[in-house]
Design a protein around this ligand. Structure first.
Ligand code: AMP
Length: 452
């Protein structure tokens, strides 16, 4: 056997790729991520929310307990595995359970209430990948913990709208709201649902059949045709709402009206997670409805106590998908401002020129001029081609003659004109050409020192 054939027999390494449903965020999409994060941070700060980051990896119980064992997420979608110490660990599938764990762990009930937090993070669900549905996806979310008032629910709902307005896509969504009552009235409703479905099990899909006695509310948002027909005829929750639930819901609607916010009352909306009570809402795509909600939330008054936080603590929050938001923005033709454009390209020939260009590049960057230097070995022609690729408005050219004469060439790339300026004047000259307002100003050192 020749060496060649032997080589062929050695298995070629598999092409390394991201797993299904998990993507890189490439620079073009980062422009959207950056812009969305900016809007979220801006709106959060205006409303007094502070940022929290909980770990990507938590003990599995945080989610078992927090989300509910009979939910799709916990039953089918979690990335769960034992660590080297045989502890069951899970990659965070949603944000609220971790935030509530942190609220309890750090004694946030002693902080001024309500505690208002927001996050912007990736999450992981072993979902069936398709457009807008991934296994790693990004969410921004807001939580208000420690106070109960329908006005807080409305504040959250409205905040979502404001963010989507800022992003230029609010007109693509409808707000769907429902009230699923207190835990007590929900228990009664669940009983009512079980009574209705008993005897009809054969018409249910397999997962609804399994869920019937564990979590009958979930049967209402099943997408299977037969289950949908049965759900249409099922008892409605409003027959089971208590007077307090009704009052709470009426207030939510009144406050939404006050803010001029339109909504669709949707008595089928129950949301996937166990911990919700009272208000639930979703922002639906006007075209695809429930299939591809861009975000949603609800009140989760029982969760802090359920996760071991002692006394009952009211809370409300919502989360929105950044990946789906980006799809909407692109579909609507929305361009985001990019700060990645380079202002100046520095081309140089010869060792002496390279030496001179290093401090020059540093000075330009310090003044806020986005500067790229061709520091490799290319010919002047190759360097200018590179300058074209960066689409810079100006290139600075430093050759042997310029170094000797203490000058540098400024080339206007669109006009193809160039002029010589004195080396010591070039930074001021460039700043003038780029314009103060276009500079990438960064002020380091905005820190204070405290001895405590
Ligand atoms: P949820 O916690 O399921 O209500 O999700 C809130 C939002 O996160 C959804 O409305 C989506 O925009 C987004 N989202 C949830 N799951 C996924 C996923 N698998 N892929 C992409 N986005 C998702």
């Amino acid at each position: 056997m020749s060496d060649d054939t032997q080589e062929e027999k050695v298995a070629k390494p598999k092409k390394l790729q991201t797993p299904p449903g998990i993507h890189d965020v490439l620079p073009k999409d980062h422009e959207y991520h950056t812009f969305i994060k900016k809007v979220v941070r801006h709106r959060a700060r205006q409303a007094g929310f502070r940022r929290i980051t909980t770990p990507l990896l938590e003990y599995t119980q945080v989610f078992d307990r927090g989300i509910g064992e009979d939910t799709d997420i916990v039953e089918k979608e979690m990335y769960t595995f034992p660590d080297k110490g045989e502890r069951s660990m899970t990659l965070k599938p949603e944000g609220t359970a971790g935030v509530v764990r942190a609220y309890i762990q750090h004694g946030m009930k002693t902080w001024p209430q309500p505690v208002e937090l927001f996050y912007i993070e990736p999450h992981f669900r072993y979902d069936r990948p398709q457009k807008g549905r991934y296994r790693m996806f990004w969410q921004f979310g807001f939580e208000i913990i420690g106070e109960s008032d329908p006005a807080l629910d409305v504040q959250c709902i409205f905040l979502g709208k404001k963010i989507f307005e800022d992003l230029g896509i609010w007109d693509r969504f409808t707000l769907q709201i429902n009230n699923i009552g207190s835990a007590k009235s929900r228990e009664k409703y669940k009983e009512g649902l079980v009574n209705y479905y008993v005897g009809k099990e054969r018409s249910l899909c397999e997962s609804c059949g399994n869920r019937l006695h564990k979590n009958p509310l979930r049967l209402l948002d099943c997408k299977e045709e037969d289950c949908k027909i049965l759900a249409e005829l099922a008892p409605k929750f409003d027959q089971f709402r208590s007077k307090e639930d009704e009052e709470f819901h009426a207030k939510v609607k009144e406050f939404l009206d006050e803010l001029g916010m339109e909504y669709v009352e949707n008595d089928r909306l129950v949301r996937g997670l166990d911990y919700y009570a009272q208000t639930v809402w979703e922002y639906w795509d006007k075209n695809t409805g429930a299939q591809n909600a861009v975000g949603g939330g609800g009140r989760y008054d029982g969760l802090v106590e359920l996760m071991g936080g002692g006394e009952p603590t009211p809370a409300v929050g919502f989360a929105c998908g950044i990946d789906r938001t980006i799809l909407h923005m692109k579909d609507a033709g929305i361009k985001v401002p990019s700060k990645d454009n380079v202002h100046i390209f520095v081309a140089q020939l010869g060792d002496a020129a390279k030496k001179k260009s290093l401090p020059l590049i540093d000075q330009l960057r310090d003044r806020g001029v986005r500067t790229v230097g061709a520091l490799g070995k290319g010919s002047m022609k190759a360097q200018l081609r590179l300058a074209d690729k960066f689409a810079v408005p100006y290139t600075l050219i430093l050759g042997i003659t310029e170094v000797r004469e203490g000058t540098i060439i400024i080339r206007d790339m669109s006009k193809g004109q160039q002029k010589h300026v004195k080396m010591e004047k070039v930074v001021d000259e460039v700043v003038k050409l780029i314009g103060e307002k276009n500079l990438d100003k960064y002020t380091p050192g905005e820190v204070s020192i405290s001895k405590d």
